[in-house]
Design a protein around this ligand. Structure first.
Ligand code: ADP
Length: 476
């Protein structure tokens, strides 16, 4: 089975969130299941620098509209996964976030940049391809490659099947009508059954409409997005395609996220050496300038700072949380007003609350290891990775019962399976109640150990997810 995994992010080189992590670890798990997978990703500077010896293997041309002729370069990652780097410096030789310019706004030519990525994925899956490798399935991810199934529909000849995985339905890739021509899509595609969405061209809608199969990253999210309340305008379409829609829970990279070997940690530990976690807590307190207190629970957040993540709820209750008493450490970036609100909270509570605005992989690992309790009060969460990292790092998470959070965290009230704290309504009061329960449980060492050990024992590896994807590819 040959699969082209098309993605706009690839950890550890280019990552803004969960998609980058998934792209960085699922392909290797698929290869372990004997799938011949290649990853198509733009040659951003970080990737061009990481693979300076990549050789050009094709130049897809006549792609239509205003799309240019890029190069395709082949390389292999250290874990043995073959890459196809989409080389078009005018589009991709831009540093920083793959989607945003220096002002924090979308690049104006994102439709062309990711239209090219989608179009080249379709080219590789068509008879026009000059590669000596023809995929059976194009596995697309989110809106950035959502147009590939639409292109495939309008191309002649023998074509690969397509699967679109939705990592977050909120990002829909909306562009104006003029982009239809620029992207070389036929007029006939400007239709309810095509790429049109309420007067706009939507990359995501196009993919949801045209892909041979759709998946999303947890069973609960697959159900939720079919409801009008959580379907982000796509619920009707998703209900219509329900027979083609499945939910496959993400795994995590259990090598990169292993407290026994994690190179970012000053002190390694595991379920049988949990005492060593305390040294990571002290190290974290020193690193961020919190008071060295082992008698207070240390609560943590690593997240995009957006409304989706429910962190406005945390802002509302933060003074009460600190009065529990507890300490709080936050790493994140995103919404500027929220960044300022968290920064000013840290300013008002020195020694007790520390906030770092930015994206810092190593620091994220040290937080997971050093904190006692992890907070994820998301309004919606397609899968969520940090709660799984937290479970693995013996840092029981407090989560809202939504999407992948509901599928991975079991409330401590369940004495057999509890590994964290789960609350229902997206309200400050419900979050505060769950945080209070967690802080109380933390003061009961025997109970806490049980929660930690259960979380650490959870199998979050990719093997089971990879098997589900193989079944999906086969069905196609
Ligand atoms: P989403 O994809 O919605 O942002 P996920 O929980 O699925 O949320 O994945 C987020 C990933 O990004 C995790 O690996 C998390 O550790 C990481 N992350 C988010 N914000 C930061 C940050 N400021 N610094 C470092 N890592 C971050």
């Amino acid at each position: 089975m040959k699969v082209l995994f098309a993605t706009s992010e690839l950890a550890p080189w280019v990552k803004t969130g969960g998609l980058g992590d998934v792209a960085g670890s699922l392909p290797a798990a698929l290869r372990a299941q004997d799938v011949d997978v290649r990853v198509l990703v733009p040659a951003y500077p970080a990737l061009a620098q990481a693979f300076p010896d990549a050789v050009e293997v094709a130049r897809p041309h006549w792609l239509g509209g205003l799309l240019p002729t890029p190069g395709l370069k082949q390389a292999v990652t250290p874990d043995g996964t073959p890459l196809l780097l989409l080389d078009y410096p005018h589009y991709f030789d831009r540093t920083g976030n793959p989607y945003l310019g220096p002002e924090g706004r979308d690049w104006l030519d994102n439709h062309l940049r990711f239209g090219l990525l989608s179009r080249v994925a379709a080219w590789i899956g068509s008879d026009a391809s000059t590669l000596d490798w023809q995929p059976d399935v194009i596995h697309c991810n989110d809106w950035q490659t959502g147009l590939a199934p639409a292109y495939l529909r309008y191309l002649p000849g023998r074509l690969a099947k397509s699967l679109l995985t939705v990592h977050n339905l909120a990002f829909q890739g909306l562009f104006d009508h003029a982009s239809l021509f620029e992207l070389g899509l036929p007029d006939a595609s400007w239709h309810l059954d095509g790429v049109e969405y309420h007067g706009y061209l939507s990359f995501l809608k196009a993919g949801l409409q045209q892909a041979d199969a759709i998946s999303t990253v947890s069973p609960s999210y697959a159900r939720e997005i079919q409801t009008d309340a959580e379907g982000m305008g796509m619920a009707g379409l998703l209900r219509h395609r329900a027979a083609r829609l499945s939910g496959i829970l993400n795994g995590i990279d259990t090598q990169a996220w292993n407290p026994a070997t994690d190179p970012h940690l000053p002190n390694h530990y595991g379920p049988r050496r949990l005492e060593a976690k305390a040294a990571n807590k002290a190290g974290l307190q020193v690193e961020v300038g919190l008071d060295l207190r082992d008698d207070l629970p240390l609560l943590a957040v690593v997240s995009r700072l957006t409304e989706q993540k429910g962190l406005d709820l945390l802002l509302q209750i933060a003074p009460r949380v600190l009065e529990l008493p507890a300490q709080l450490v936050i790493l994140g970036s995103g919404d500027h007003a929220m960044e300022r609100a968290f920064a000013s909270m840290a300013h008002r509570h020195p020694g007790q609350c520390a906030v770092r605005i930015g994206f810092d992989e190593g620091f994220a690992h040290r937080i997971e290891a050093g904190a006692d309790i992890f907070l994820m009060p998301s309004r919606f969460e397609p899968c969520g990775l940090n709660q799984m990292y937290s479970l693995r790092y013996g840092t029981p998470p407090v989560v809202r019962a939504t999407g992948g959070l509901a599928d991975t965290v079991v409330d401590a009230a369940d004495e057999k399976h509890g590994n964290g704290f789960v609350f229902g309504p997206a309200t400050a009061a419900a979050l505060l109640d769950a945080v209070q329960r967690a802080a109380t449980a933390w003061r009961d060492p025997a109970l806490w150990r049980r929660l930690q050990k259960r979380g650490m024992a959870r199998d979050s590896s990719w093997a089971s997810a990879a098997r589900h994807y193989v079944d999906l590819y086969r069905a196609l």
